[in-house]
Design a protein around this ligand. Structure first.
Ligand SMILES: [Ca+2]
Ligand SMILES: [Ca+2]
Length: 184
């Protein structure tokens, strides 16, 4: 009886290992790419799983779209060659943008590893990073507020692009921070 249970466990483990495929992304200086299944961060997924691609562009950058590519690793390639199946299978996967979330996309996991790359575009809107630390957060609100109190006319503080530095720029900056956090 015990042996049977172990054999069953071993089988389950083999099946589980065999059905998970890697999720990787190409590196970029303009942002990062993560993956999630059912709200949990993952680095691999089973065939048929709905995978969410979460792109986090750096302040001042946005996503123009992503490309997902199914590919085989060397082991799988060798196995396929032996069985006579075309080893050159590398193909695009259809990716669906998530409505209302410009930096999120979903796709259905194939029975292959998947590599995702994103196209980043420079945003015309202000990044909100007024203190220049590559992050847009509450510290920038403080820096902007202090600059306004000090009577600055420096247009680097003109968040909403109306060529003046006023309290409206604080509101515009808070809006940017809400959008940035929503994408995390
Ligand atoms: Ca900042
Ligand atoms: Ca302004």
């Amino acid at each position: 009886m015990k042996k049977k249970i172990f054999a069953l466990l071993a089988l389950v483990m083999i099946v589980m290992t065999a059905s998970a495929y890697k999720l990787t992304s190409t590196e970029s200086e303009q942002g990062t790419i993560r993956f999630a299944v059912g709200g949990n961060s993952v680095t691999e997924a089973a065939e048929g799983a709905t995978v969410t691609i979460i792109v986090s562009p750096k302040p001042g950058w946005g996503t123009d779209g992503v490309t997902a590519m199914a590919y085989m690793d060397a082991d799988e390639m060798r196995a396929r060659t032996r069985t006579g199946i075309d080893p050159s299978l590398v193909r695009d996967i259809e990716v669906t943008p998530v409505e209302g979330k410009p930096n999120r996309f979903t796709f259905t996991m194939p029975a292959h590893h998947v590599e995702v790359s994103a196209t980043f575009i420079e945003c015309q809107i202000h990044s909100g990073d007024v203190n220049g630390d590559d992050m847009t957060n509450i510290a920038d609100v403080v820096a902007l507020t202090n600059a306004i109190i000090a009577g600055t006319t420096d247009l680097k503080y003109d968040i909403n692009g109306d060529n003046q530095v006023t309290a409206d720029d604080i509101i515009a900056l808070v809006d940017i921070i809400i959008v940035v956090n929503d994408d995390k």
